[in-house]
Each structure stands twice: as structure tokens, then as C-alpha cells.
Design a protein around this ligand. Structure first.
Ligand SMILES: [Fe+2]
Length: 426
């Protein structure tokens, strides 16, 4: 009986279609009676148009199937997490070599317009290409799921290669605006890694925002470079926050992790929101204090310094959207201090941050730097050092780094390709 009930329940939309069609036919049938004929014609035409659109787009979901964006390859620990967005609900997979990986949880494929699929880094580094595929799912109900139509797209992949120096572009705080960042990256050749250092969103409330972020990241990486992403405070607000680990690089539902490229180790930290959990605008749902305390305990357990050297690590770079060593920032002072102390044993060479919409370099000992390592504020929507923020979408300044045996060099480069400032031997 249960199955029968579900079949009846799930076929209600189809009975509705037939009922609606019957009403239209009845109206047309009564056209032969003269009184009120014009009104009946208008009614029949209007209902017919509604009937066609509702049937095509809502009942049978006949929208065209395509990828909304290029694929995005997030690097997290020993995985690449390949993400993409589709025009309608689909199931998705990634093929690397002969292996196929599915967006699947507990044995069931995830039906969604957003997919993120984990593949082993070693495999993709070796194969140097991958294919994403999605299949449209028209209805996904108990005892009644149907799929039709697939699209797929193949990409080359360029694993990071430090033989000529590890070349990194770091940006942050573009807040869904794409053109300035895209123009800046267009001046850089032979990049190995892109660091998306937070506040790419304004808030996380709808999947169209995720698609916009994928479009930017897919474009600037050509879907062929690894991207390391940090969570900014604007990715810590919005109604879809609990889905954020499914949208961007994350590890076990968290946005703090490590990732290593050859002799360079990245520590990805997350101060989450810039508001207290008790702030009236977020207190109903915020649980960031507990999250940050767990993260700080995790940082204390990490290898660093001498052990890193034994493991062949020559440089350690920390990434955190909000600059934890900053000495004058009030709302998150307590956890920033705890993070600064907890990270002291790691032997960090440089922290890349954003959040302040400025481009600045703070040496050790600077009165605005409480840490034992320098830090950079590395992204703003402006093309000059003097101005921090403009209204022009095509202006942006980010940070270009080269890491090699000689050390780390960092340059602030704008969307015209001009180097505004350069720091060597960091
Ligand atoms: Fe921020």
C-alpha cells in the first residue's frame, strides 16, 4: 500500500496536467455557443500558454542542460575537489584516467545544480587531464526517479611545478565582482597555484552566488590550475552556510586544513566571522566560538619548524582571510591572539591575508604585527597604492608570489599589469 500511495502521490503533477488539458478542451468545446465567445477564446489561449510552459519547464523540466561555469579544482590535503555548476538538477561525476568518481553520499548520487567531487591529487597530477559529466534528473522522488540527457567536458590539468619557482596569484575581497581579478590574472604567465583568500561572496544565501564564484575561479585558472581557498567573514553569513562545505574546498566540513606542493607547505586557517557569536544579527545560528577553539587546538597539534625541515619542507605559508596578527582589530581579538600564539611553533615564513581591502606588507616587529612572521594584506578593488577602493569593476590589485630556494618575493600587481610594489627575500 505504501508504494501505491507514493506512486499516486508522485504522479499528482501528471494528473494535474491531464486535468488542466481537459479544462482547456472543455472551454474550446463550448466555443460553439455564441454568448461570451470572445472571453472563452481569451481564456482558452491564456490557459493553453500557461499549460505549455508549466508542463515543459516545471513538470518535465525541459530547460536546456549545460554547465554554468568552467570546472574548479580546489586543493585540500591530499585531494583535489573538483566543483562545477549545472543549469538544472543533475547527478555528476569526474573521470580521471580510467577511474570515475561520483558526487555521492552513502551510496546515493547527489541530485543538485552544484557538484563537488574528491579525487586523489597523485592521480590527477599523473594523468594531467580530467572530464566532468552530468546527467539531468527530471524527478527525484521515492519510487519515482527519472533521468535524461547528459553533457560532459574535458580539461587539461597542470600540476604545480616548483622547478622554476612556485608562482602564485593571491586575491581576496572581490565580493562577486569578476572583471578586475580576471584582468589582473591575464598579465601573469605560468602560474602554478591560485589562492582565493576569502570574501569572494557577499553572503552565502543562494546557489547563483556559488555559480558566479565558479565562473571567476574557472576563468582565472582555465580550469587547469589548483586553487587554494580560504573562508572569509562574508562566507560566514547567509542562509546556506551549512551547505558551504559542499560548495568550496573544505576538509571534513571545516575550512582549516593543510596542503603541500613539493617543498612548500600551506596552513589554511579560518577565523570565520568578524562578529561575536552574541551579536544580535547572527546569534540565532552562530556557533563560531566553539569552531575556532577546536581549530586552535588542531593548530597546536600540527608539525612545524624542525619536523617540517626533516620532511623536506623549505617554506611554510599561512593563509587566513582575516589577518590574525593585526593588533588593532577589535571584534575577533581574543581568537586572533589565540591563533597567533598557537601558530608560533610552525615556523611560518609569511601569512597572506585580506579583509582590510588594502595592499600592505607588515614586517616582524611592526607595531601592527603581533606575530613572529611577516604578513601581507593582498587584495583590493583599486589600481593604485594611494586608493583602497573604487567603484570601477575592472580595477583590482592582487599579490603575485614566487617561491624558490632564494626565498619568497611578493609583488602587488594591478589590472593593468603594473607592479605597484615589490618585496624580495621575505
Ligand atoms: Fe573580510
Amino acid at each position: 500500500m505504501n508504494k501505491l500511495f507514493y506512486v499516486v502521490y508522485e504522479t499528482i503533477p501528471y494528473f494535474a496536467v491531464f486535468s488542466f488539458a481537459a479544462v482547456i478542451l472543455l472551454i474550446i468545446f463550448f466555443q460553439k455557443f455564441k454568448r461570451g465567445k470572445t472571453i472563452r477564446v481569451i481564456l482558452a489561449v491564456t490557459l493553453s500558454v500557461i499549460f505549455i510552459f508549466v508542463t515543459a519547464f516545471e513538470i518535465f523540466d525541459l530547460k536546456p542542460l549545460y554547465f554554468n561555469s568552467g570546472a574548479v579544482v580546489f586543493a585540500v590535503e591530499d585531494e583535489y575537489q573538483i566543483a562545477f555548476s549545472t543549469s538544472k538538477n543533475t547527478v555528476g561525476s569526474v573521470k580521471v584516467g580510467d577511474s570515475i568518481f561520483y558526487d555521492s553520499i552513502g551510496g546515493s548520487k547527489n541530485v543538485s545544480t552544484i557538484h563537488k567531487i574528491n579525487v586523489p591529487r597523485a592521480l590527477l597530477d599523473e594523468e594531467k587531464s580530467y572530464t566532468v559529466e552530468c546527467t539531468s534528473v527530471i524527478r527525484n522522488r521515492a519510487y519515482f526517479a527519472s533521468s535524461v540527457g547528459s553533457v560532459k567536458k574535458s580539461y587539461d590539468f597542470r600540476p604545480a611545478d616548483e622547478s622554476d619557482g612556485l608562482r602564485i596569484f593571491n586575491f581576496s575581497d572581490n565580493h562577486l565582482i569578476r572583471s578586475g581579478v580576471e584582468r589582473t590574472v591575464s598579465h601573469l604567465k605560468d602560474l602554478d597555484i591560485i589562492v582565493a583568500n576569502g570574501d569572494l561572496f557577499n553572503d552565502v544565501s543562494d546557489e547563483f552566488q556559488v555559480t558566479l564564484v565558479y565562473k571567476l575561479l574557472g576563468n582565472i585558472s582555465d580550469s587547469s590550475l589548483p586553487i587554494i581557498i580560504t573562508r572569509g567573514n562574508h562566507e560566514a553569513i547567509g542562509s546556506k552556510l551549512t551547505s558551504l562545505p559542499n560548495y568550496i574546498g573544505s576538509y571534513d566540513g571545516k575550512f582549516y586544513y593543510t596542503v603541500r606542493f613539493d617543498s612548500v607547505l600551506f596552513y589554511i586557517f579560518d577565523l570565520a566571522n568578524d562578529m561575536s557569536d552574541s551579536n544580535v544579527s547572527i546569534r540565532s545560528t552562530a556557533n563560531f566560538d566553539d569552531y575556532r577553539l577546536r581549530e586552535i587546538e588542531w593548530i597546536k597539534t600540527l608539525n612545524g619548524g624542525a619536523q617540517n625541515q626533516l620532511d623536506g619542507i623549505k617554506h611554510a605559508i599561512a593563509l587566513c582571510h582575516m589577518p590574525y596578527p593585526i593588533t588593532y582589530e577589535k571584534p575577533y581579538t581574543k581568537y586572533a591572539r589565540m591563533m597567533t600564539d598557537a601558530a608560533e611553533h610552525l615556523g611560518i615564513d609569511l601569512l597572506l591575508s585580506g579583509h582590510k581591502h588594502r595592499t600592505e606588507f607588515y614586517e616582524v616587529g611592526n607595531y601592527e604585527n603581533a606575530a613572529d612572521h611577516p604578513y601581507i594584506l593582498g587584495g583590493k578593488r583599486s589600481n593604485t597604492l594611494e586608493v583602497d577602493e573604487t567603484i570601477f569593476a575592472d580595477q583590482f590589485t592582487g599579490t603575485y608570489l614566487i617561491i624558490n630556494d632564494d626565498g619568497i618575493s611578493a609583488s602587488f600587481i594591478n589590472s593593468k599589469g603594473e607592479i605597484l610594489q615589490r618585496f624580495d627575500n621575505i
